[in-house]
Design a protein around this ligand. Sequence first.
Ligand code: SF4
Length: 76
Amino acid sequence: MAKKKAVLNESKCDNSPFCPVVKVCPVKAATRAGGTGGFLGMFGGGGKVAIDAAKCTGCGVCVQYCPHGAVTMGKD
Ligand code: SF4
């Protein structure tokens, strides 16, 4: 049986440094990488949110936390 995984719609994601999805994921499948951090990081800083399907357990927690509705449960 195919297991569902979280899928990020990049056109809806604003790659916020405060992304709650990155914070709530219990297995750290959701990450925000490439940011400059510090002051610039506060304004995006070039960082990008991504969900690693290999790590995602499909728990579905993050779907409820994204303020932009950018995360949905897709197929494996
Ligand atoms: S579905 Fe669960 S394991 Fe997968 S990215 Fe979202 S919070 Fe993490």
